[in-house]
Design a protein around this ligand. Structure first.
Ligand code: GLA
Length: 387
C-alpha cells in the first residue's frame, strides 16, 4: 500500500505536526525540519506492475526523485553558486525508457558491481557460472541485474534527515549467483545537501556481493554537454590497470607520472586523449582507483568541481575502491530528459566499490559474503558550491 495519506506519512515519519505544505501545489507532501517526502506513481511496467516515485526534499530545495524500479535516482536538483536549482543527473523522462536497455542511468547495481571475468568463479572449490552480458564477462549483476528489479520501499523516521529504504530479496542462483541474498539500501537526504547511501545484505550461502550506485553526474546540468571541464580529485596513489576487455590484471599500479594521477584537481579532458594504453582500453577513464588508506571508515574517495556552475561534489565511502567512468560508451543513442541525446562524455560516474573481478583475484579485498557475516557499506555524495 502506498503512503499517500496523512496517517501513513505520520506513521512513517513520526511527525509531531503532519501538515500539508501549503506553498506547494503537490499533494501529499508533509515536512519536518524543512525536510519532506512524498510519493506518486512513476508508471506501470510492461508486465503491469505499478512503480512508485518518491521525492525527498530538504530546506534548501535540494530534491531527489527515486523510483522503486531499480532504485533509480531519476532526478537530483542541486543549487548552483547563485542558488539556482538544476537537475544534475542523466536519465529519462519516462519509466518505459528505464525498462529498455540503457547504461545503468541512476541505478542500484548488484549483486556484483563491475566485471567478473568470463562470468566464472569458485567458492570453496565449487565452480559457478554467471549470466554473461559484456562480451565474455559478467557486468553489473548480469542480464537482469538489480537495476531492473522492483524494490519494496518505505519511508524512514529520522529527525535530521529524510530517507527511503529499498529492499529486494534476490533468490538463490539468480543470474547464477548462489544463495538467497537479502538486500536493504537506504537513501537519505539532509539539510547539509548530502545524499547518503547505506547498503546492507545477508545471505544463506557464500556469494560474491559488490553493491554500488551508477548515477551519471553532470554538475552543470543534465543537458549541459560534456563533463571534460569538470575538475576531479581522486584520493588514490594506485589504480587497478585492466586488459583490453577491462578485466584487472591484478596489479596495483602507481598513478605517478600517468594520466591517472588525480591527486591534485585536474580537468577530466586535460589528459583523456593521451596516448596511454590504459586510456585506449577504457576508451577514456573507466578504471578502479585504490582509495588511500581505506580501512572501512568513511573516507574521501573523490571530488568534482564544475567551475561554470560552481557546484562541488565530494564522494566519501567505506569502500576500498572507486570506479571513475567518464561516459565513454555514450554515443547519442540514449535519448534522455527533454529529448536530449546523451553524447560521449556527457556525464561521469563515481561508483564506490570493491575491485572488479575480486572473486578471481586472491590478493584483492574479499567480496565473498558468508552466512555468518553482514555486508555493510556506506557512501556519501556531499554537495556544496565554490564561488
Ligand atoms: C561501468 C563500467 C563501464 C560501463 C558502464 C556502463 O562504469 O565500468 O565499462 O559498462 O558501467 O555502460
Amino acid at each position: 500500500m502506498k503512503p499517500t495519506t496523512c496517517s501513513m506519512i505520520l506513521l512513517s515519519l513520526a511527525l509531531a505536526n503532519c501538515q500539508p505544505n501549503s506553498n506547494s501545489e503537490e499533494k501529499d507532501q508533509y515536512t519536518t525540519s524543512g525536510l519532506s517526502i512524498k510519493v506518486e506513481e512513476h508508471g506501470i511496467t510492461d508486465s503491469g506492475e505499478t512503480i512508485d516515485l518518491y521525492t525527498l526534499e530538504n530546506q534548501n530545495g535540494m530534491k531527489m526523485k527515486v523510483s522503486t524500479y531499480g532504485g533509480i535516482v531519476t532526478q537530483l536538483y542541486v543549487p548552483n553558486k547563485d542558488g539556482n536549482l538544476e537537475d544534475i543527473v542523466l536519465g529519462f523522462d519516462s519509466l518505459s525508457s528505464y525498462e529498455e536497455k540503457h547504461p545503468y542511468f541512476g541505478a542500484i547495481v548488484g549483486r556484483y558491481g563491475n566485471r567478473i571475468a568470463k562470468g566464472e568463479f569458485s567458492i570453496d572449490g565449487n565452480p559457478y557460472t554467471l549470466a554473461t552480458n559484456n562480451g565474455e564477462n559478467s557486468l553489473h549483476g548480469g542480464t537482469v541485474g538489480f537495476d531492473k528489479k522492483i524494490w519494496k520501499a518505505k519511508t524512514i523516521e529520522e529527525t535530521e534527515k529524510v530517507g527511503i529504504e529499498l529492499s529486494y530479496e534476490s533468490p538463490d542462483m539468480e543470474e547464477g549467483f548462489p544463495g538467497n541474498l537479502n538486500v536493504i539500501i537506504r537513501y537519505f537526504l539532509n539539510n547539509d545537501n548530502a545524499w547518503t547511501i547505506e547498503y546492507k545484505a545477508t545471505t544463506d550461502k557464500k556469494t560474491p556481493v559488490n553493491l554500488t550506485q551508477h548515477t551519471y553526474f553532470n554538475l552543470n546540468g543534465a543537458s549541459s554537454g560534456k563533463i571534460l571541464g569538470h575538475e576531479v580529485v581522486i584520493n588514490a596513489d594506485r589504480y587497478t590497470p585492466v586488459d583490453e576487455i577491462l578485466i584487472p590484471t591484478g596489479e596495483l599500479a602507481s598513478i605517478e607520472n600517468t594520466p591517472f594521477d588525480f591527486r591534485k584537481p585536474m580537468k577530466v579532458g586535460k589528459r583523456i586523449n593521451e596516448d596511454h594504453p590504459q586510456l585506449q582500453y577504457g576508451n577514456g577513464y573507466d578504471h578502479n582507483w585504490v582509495i588511500n588508506e581505506n580501512e572501512g571508515n568513511l573516507k574521501l574517495a573523490a571530488s568534482v568541481y564544475a567551475p561554470e556552475s560552481g557546484r562541488f561534489m565530494e564522494v566519501l565511502t567505506t569502500e576500498p575502491g572507486v570506479q571513475f567512468y567518464t561516459g565513454n560508451f555514450l554515443n547519442g543513442e540514449n535519448i534522455g530528459k527533454g529529448n536530449q541525446p546523451y553524447q560521449k562524455r556527457s556525464g561521469l560516474c563515481l561508483e564506490t566499490q570493491h575491485f572488479p573481478n575480486s572473486p578471481n583475484i586472491e590478493h584483492f579485498p574479499n567480496t565473498i559474503l558468508s552466512p555468518e557475516a553482514k555486508y555493510e557499506s556506506k557512501t556519501v555524495y556531499q554537495f556544496s558550491v565554490k564561488q
